[in-house]
Design a protein around this ligand. Structure first.
Ligand code: ARG
Length: 475
């Protein structure tokens, strides 16, 4: 057996069960790229500071590049019994280049090594998810432009409330996804500091220069305090929270798509690409994709709760509990990226059944509030009286088997003499919708303004993203 590189005091072979519980290599292999990147920067700094020789640096640099190739081509052997990706790479390096490989870990601990690797991963993934959110918002804007004036019943309590337009409804989601995007970007800014060089917990007596590694790894600066940097995982909690919140939005949108694609609603038709059949009922076309998107929020919440719980009682600094930070984040990141891509494809390929949305507006007396407002402003009634009169109009319409928008003036006046001719035009759902031109309202002009404002934001944000955030992608 090869000399154990990280256990100077342990002479016996670890128990198989201990290894099963202890080893993180089966999952932290995911961080191989960040680990090599971090090590290359560290070796460069050691050389610059005269801590290792230029020859050793060259050997380390060449060795690490070869290891990267080996891993990416599938040649690298992960079965050497090492505990984690850091040890696996270091041990391969040493077997390749000898003593120079053993010098790489000078002025470094796995505690700052894992902290910098994982931080780079989280930043890269936050930026990647941000990019996908921008694309999703772009598709929602496109859909809004295409169906700008399609009426649909706006709901509260899932009951018909007031007429709104479809574009306005989509813009509500675009606004949520925009805030999600901003959360990912904000957390990148907050966590854009390098923990490398913090060593085990207290810094190091070696004459290191943390600025050099921070700069080489694309961080804004080194972190302030070493004890904090190797202990905390709030940057990981942030991405978990950001993903959980975004998945909640995706889940609500999916829920609406499920309801809308039912035969009771028939507001949209999902592409056959995004529906599945039943094994027994030949007529079925099930909305499995939005159901799964809705269901996936569960694991995103779970991963967040799991890490919050892992972290809550840990004394400073590093504790092995912290190794539990990774699998949940990997899972949430995978869930988030796949969900965003699927949701976007589904939106782009679904059919909006505009006639059905508009026809549904002929139910539920959507213009009732507007009639009451009209009786206040044009007829001069106190609002509470107008409210009661309209309640009676609704009852009357129901007794006639009609929606209030279908009543004649005579029928209206059977309820109250004071209702005037002009009330008739008020009852039209499109008139009602377009009466709501208050800021952020559903009227066509107001909705158009929202589309324009969101499009402008998207354009400038795409530029900013290219400039400031694409550098965070590590692969
Ligand atoms: N595999 C470990 C982790 O993911 C790396 C850090 C190990 N540090 C230590 N002191 N045992 O957390």
């Amino acid at each position: 057996m090869a000399e154990k590189i990280a256990s100077a005091r342990i002479s016996v072979e670890s128990s198989a069960l201990l290894k099963e519980l202890n080893d993180s290599l089966p999952f932290d292999r995911e961080l191989y790229y960040e680990d090599i990147r971090g090590s290359r920067a560290h070796a460069y700094m050691l050389m610059k500071q005269g801590i290792i020789s230029p020859e050793d640096y060259e050997a380390i640099e060449e060795g690490l590049k070869r290891i990267l190739e080996e891993i990416e081509s599938g040649e690298f052997r992960f079965d050497g019994g090492e505990e984690d990706i850091h040890m696996a790479i270091e041990s391969r390096l040493t077997s390749m280049i000898g003593d120079a490989g053993k010098r790489l870990h000078t002025a470094r601990s796995r505690n700052d090594q894992v902290a910098v690797d994982f931080r780079m991963y989280v930043l890269a993934k936050s930026a990647q998810i941000g990019g996908l959110l921008l694309e999703l918002i772009s598709s929602l804007l496109e859909l809004s432009r295409e169906h700008r004036d399609v009426l649909l019943p706006g709901m509260t309590h899932l009951q018909h409330a007031q007429p709104i337009n479809f574009a306005y409804h989509m813009l509500a989601y675009a606004s949520m996804f925009r805030r999600d995007y901003e959360r990912f970007v904000d957390s990148c800014k907050r966590n854009d500091y390098s923990p490398l060089g913090c060593a085990a917990l207290a810094g190091t007596p070696h004459p290191i220069e943390r600025k050099i590694t921070a700069e080489r790894l694309g961080f804004r600066a080194p972190t302030l305090n070493c004890l904090d940097s190797v202990s905390d995982r709030d940057f990981a909690l942030e991405i978990l929270f950001n993903i959980a919140t975004m998945m909640m939005h995706i889940s609500r949108m999916s829920e609406e798509f499920i309801i809308w694609s039912s035969s009771e609603f028939s507001f949209i038709r999902l592409s056959d690409k995004h529906a599945t059949g039943s094994s027994i009922m030949p007529q079925k076309k099930n909305p499995d994709i939005p159901e799964l998107l809705r269901g996936k929020s569960g694991r995103a919440y779970g991963n967040l709760m799991a890490l919050l719980t892992v972290m809550k009682g840990l004394p400073l600094a590093y504790n092995k509990d912290t190794q539990e930070d990774k699998e949940g984040v990997f899972d949430s990141v995978k869930t988030a990226t796949l969900s965003l891509m699927v949701l976007r494809e589904m939106i782009e390929e679904m059919e909006v059944l505009a006639e059905n949305m508009e026809a549904a507006c002929a139910k539920g007396h959507l213009s009732a509030t507007d009639l009451a407002d009209h009786l206040v402003t044009e007829v001069g009634l106190p609002f509470r009286d107008a409210y009661h009169i309209v309640g009676n109009v609704v009852n009357h319409a129901e007794s006639l088997g009609k929606d209030i928008s279908q009543l004649t003036v005579e029928e209206l006046r059977e309820v109250d003499e004071r209702i005037d001719e002009a009330a008739l035009s008020i009852l039209d759902n499109r008139v009602c919708m377009n009466a709501r031109e208050s800021e952020g309202g559903t009227g066509s002009i107001s909705t158009g303004r929202q589309i324009d404002s969101m499009s402008e934001w998207l354009e400038s944000e795409r530029e900013r993203f290219e400039k400031d955030l694409s550098r965070l992608f590590s692969r």
